[in-house]
Design a protein around this ligand. Sequence first.
Ligand SMILES: [Zn+2]
Length: 383
Amino acid sequence: MRSSAFSELTELQSIIIDGAASLGVRVVCEVKAGEQSFPVYVVTLGNPDPAVPAVGFFGGFHGLERIGSEVVLVYLRSLLVRLRWDNVLHKELESVRLVFMPLVNPAGMWQGTRANFNGVDLMRNAPVESREGVPFMIGGQRLSARLPWYRGALGAPMEAESQAVCRVVEEELLARRFSLAVDCHSGFGLHDRIWFPYAHTALPIEHLSEIHALKDVFDKTYTAVQWPVGLGGKGNEGVSAFVQRIPGAIGYVEYAYAKQNKMAHALMQNAAGNFVGPDDLTFKAAAAGADWTKSNFGEILTNMAGKDSWPITGATFILMQKLQDKPAQATEVLKFFDWAYKNGGKMADELDYVPLPDSLVKLIYTSWNNIKDTAGKPVWAGK
Ligand SMILES: [Zn+2]
């Protein structure tokens, strides 16, 4: 039987022994992994009074990404060492509760897999469904535990580790008037960043302004750290540079960019079960399958029905104000789009984009009747 020891768990257990006098410790679940069993620990420090605010530190959701666990463990160890001599820290801990869950997925970390022992990606293991279209596969899938990003079977209870996280958040954090949860994660791409993830809707989250204020404090306090914003690789160019430089890397760039730079690209399986390549025919097939009236043109073209549809097609959108206080300007703008629809198709083709289907262009012209001046007169009278 392979040893169940690994360095992060060993360090956590050593912290628990060394800190016995000041730490609260409990095992919130036991994870079975074949013949092995791993405890998932919660460690608490500071004032248990529910009236004081709490900060939760979580790490180790993905067993392949060890840095989050290590950051939480190093912080916890440093607090423990300071407790021996630092009276200011003792004073601070009277007015705050600290909650640590440094190793959410011990079996995954033991195996060196992203998922837990059941093959479930704990970051995607929730009964909540997204209200938006999510990226194919990486947005979570219910096809098979053999593929990455598996969410678990539809309707199945959440994994034991996920349930434990929810219990800890509910009992230790949400029970307080003020609390903050920090997930220390390896992140995405090649740079560290602060994320405000909120997976199931694109609507702005509550407390956005407070979170932004917190980020502002961070930026002003840690001036030596340059927090990068945007994608790990900047734009198509950055992403493709990384992909070409890193062996085994897979990236997602615009078709025109992949084609013009002669990058290797993959076939993908579409909703109809066919493997198709990216080209203008498969993009057109995806656009043709969309019902543009249903969503007031806000169609997400990923994973569209149709045997030839490229499953990760995206449309470009232009937003116009319905009420125009400078109608002459709006008319000029629409004249330009009118010109583009009538003359731009060939240029779009040459640039490896796909012109909109005729049926859709007709719908767009009809929608222009809704763009009006302040007297209620449509700004577009042409045809
Ligand atoms: Zn991760």
